[in-house]
Design a protein around this ligand. Structure first.
Ligand SMILES: [Zn+2]
Length: 249
């Protein structure tokens, strides 16, 4: 294309190697943070889950408490009725009225017993729920403590490295723009497949700087010529000549 200036393979490799150096510095910062970001987010998720659970249990308890107070209200009503019937008993005129009132009193007494039974059951349920509430709250408090410690640790690392990381990310982004998409995809793919994130390496003492296997002399010559992109026969990393970076822009 007319607008796109031809970039030599040597320049491409140089840009790629520079990008690798920047990305490796970023990787170092990530190593420093280690598992902390993941641990913090796991703990945050766990705490949120426990909060949901705690609220659900609290809702269930208050529902049962409402039932208890309804039963207590029923008992009070029954007691009031019984008192009234007892008053009426004093003025009964015949056996039929006497029997009817006693029947009503018996009925209200049964109602009271039923309510009392329900209250006992509900109280038992509340105790069970309260126990699991205590457990959940204890667990949440422990996780919160842990979270606070990890957050503090992470914050300190971020404070120390933030400026540097922002700068490096900017440099990385800038460098990526100078490299064509196909090469960038290959670079990213190789980087992702190795724990140390090295995709571009130099040859050191006749060996690949990534896997330390010997690089055949013919291949070393080709790497030095930088006429095409050469990868390590063993690990597939892109090989560059160390002198490449020293050459002037
Ligand atoms: Zn290799």
């Amino acid at each position: 294309m007319a607008t796109k200036k031809e970039v030599s393979i040597a320049d491409k490799l140089k840009s790629l190697y520079q990008l690798q150096l920047v990305d490796s510095e970023i990787d170092k910062i990530h190593v420093l943070k280690g598992e902390l970001p993941a641990e913090v987010s796991d703990l945050e998720d766990e705490v949120a889950g426990l909060e949901t659970r705690i609220n659900k249990i609290k809702d269930a308890i208050s529902e049962i408490e409402q039932q208890v107070s309804r039963h207590q209200g029923n008992i009070a009503d029954s007691n009031a009725l019984i008192e009234r019937y007892l008053e009426q008993l004093k003025q009964v005129k015949n056996n039929r009225e006497f029997d009817a009132l006693n029947k009503e009193i018996e009925y209200q007494k049964l109602e009271i017993q039923l309510s009392e039974k329900k209250i006992r059951e509900a109280t038992g349920q509340i105790e069970i729920k309260q126990a699991s509430l205590d457990t959940a709250e204890e667990k949440r408090d422990k996780r919160l403590n842990n979270l606070e410690v990890k957050q503090k640790e992470l914050k300190e690392i971020i404070k120390k490295t933030e400026k540097e990381e922002t700068q490096l990310l900017k440099e990385s982004e800038k460098a990526r723009k100078q490299i064509d998409e196909r090469l960038m995809r290959a670079y990213d793919k190789i980087r992702k497949s190795y724990r140390n994130g090295l995709a571009v390496v130099t040859i050191k003492r006749d060996a690949c700087g990534g896997c330390y296997n010997l690089v055949p002399p013919q291949l070393q010559i080709e790497v030095g010529l930088a006429k095409k992109i050469i990868v390590c026969e063993n690990c597939g990393r892109i090989l560059v000549d160390e002198d490449l970076l020293q050459t002037e822009e």
